[in-house]
Design a protein around this ligand. Structure first.
Ligand SMILES: Cc1ncc(COP(=O)(O)O)c(C=O)c1O
Length: 277
């Protein structure tokens, strides 16, 4: 039996420029699948790939395309769907930031027909404390994901509880979410509309406050369609202007706004974060 490869030898966290803005986890997933990652340029105004970036980068060896929905912004690759199908290319969306976001035609991220992965980490749009969600494309993929997260065991725990043996179809991992984490997520879900609206409100407030500050570029997350993730990050105010007096004052204006109790000063890099509680 071949064990899934979980190691990522020789790769440093900041080895690739794009990783400064996003997460090594996306790269780790590619390596864990035994695939060879290839990095693409992104649109500097959104920090996301476009269809054109992807189209020009495809090679005969391409098997999957993994757009990072940076800051929660949906990435629309539907124009390439036919080409992907012809070439046997799968789209795996890194939607870690994008729970609650919708595409231009109003389709929720996760319902677009792609294999989509959300993070439910502590500072994500919807949190369970820790964990994530995979939206598979069909029942077979769902079964495989369930089996892989449970050591490769085929039967559900309910079936196993009533049996004396079980089947291991392939090597897997111990990655089930605990019931405690799931309970947190369910409670969070019931208030998600309020959280989503607040995140959008905060994003707009930061954008307005920073619009006149020299040397600051507000990343465009398409706030009308996105629930901005990690309000300190989709607001990734690029540029040294954030460390200027004017940058600090602008963030201070938002944090002294009536939303004050929801906001806390945070890192030097991003200038501000807000409490998720
Ligand atoms: C873009 C991106 N992808 C993947 C992940 C990994 O998510 P998790 O920590 O839930 O595994 C993160 C986490 O911050 C992320 O920002």
């Amino acid at each position: 039996m071949t064990m899934p490869n979980r190691s990522t030898p020789g790769i440093e966290r900041n080895a690739a420029p794009y990783l400064h803005g996003t997460e090594y986890a996306a790269l780790a997933a590619v390596l864990a699948a035994g695939a060879q990652p290839r990095f693409l340029d992104v649109d500097p105004t959104t920090l996301c790939v476009t269809g054109e970036h992807v189209r020009t980068a495809l090679t005969p060896a391409t098997r999957a395309v993994m757009p990072v929905l940076y800051g929660g912004r949906p990435v629309d690759l539907t124009a390439l769907r036919a080409e992907f199908a012809d070439r046997g290319i799968v789209v795996v969306e890194d939607a870690a930031h994008a729970f609650g976001s919708v595409t231009l035609d109003g389709t929720p991220v996760g319902a677009t027909g792609n294999l989509t992965c959300f993070s439910l980490g502590p500072i994500k749009n919807l949190t369970c404390g820790q964990g994530g969600l995979i939206v598979p494309r069909d029942a077979e993929e769902a079964e495989r994901a369930r089996s892989l997260r449970g050591l490769g065991i085929v039967e559900t725990s309910a079936i196993r509880a009533a049996a004396t043996s079980y089947t291991v179809a392939a090597a897997g991992w111990r990655e089930q979410m605990s019931a405690l984490n799931a309970a947190i997520g369910r409670a969070q879900l019931s208030g998600f509309g309020v959280v989503a609206a607040r995140r959008q409100q905060l994003w707009r407030a930061y954008r307005t406050a920073l619009s006149t500050v020299k040397g600051v570029r507000v990343v465009d997350v398409d706030v009308d369609h996105a629930v901005p993730a990690e309000p300190h990050s989709p607001h990734r105010f690029e540029g040294r202007g954030m460390r200027s007096e004017a940058g600090r004052r602008a963030v201070g204006r938002v944090t002294s706004h009536r939303l004050r109790r929801r906001l806390i000063p945070a890192t030097a890099r991003s200038g501000a974060a807000h409490r998720s509680s």
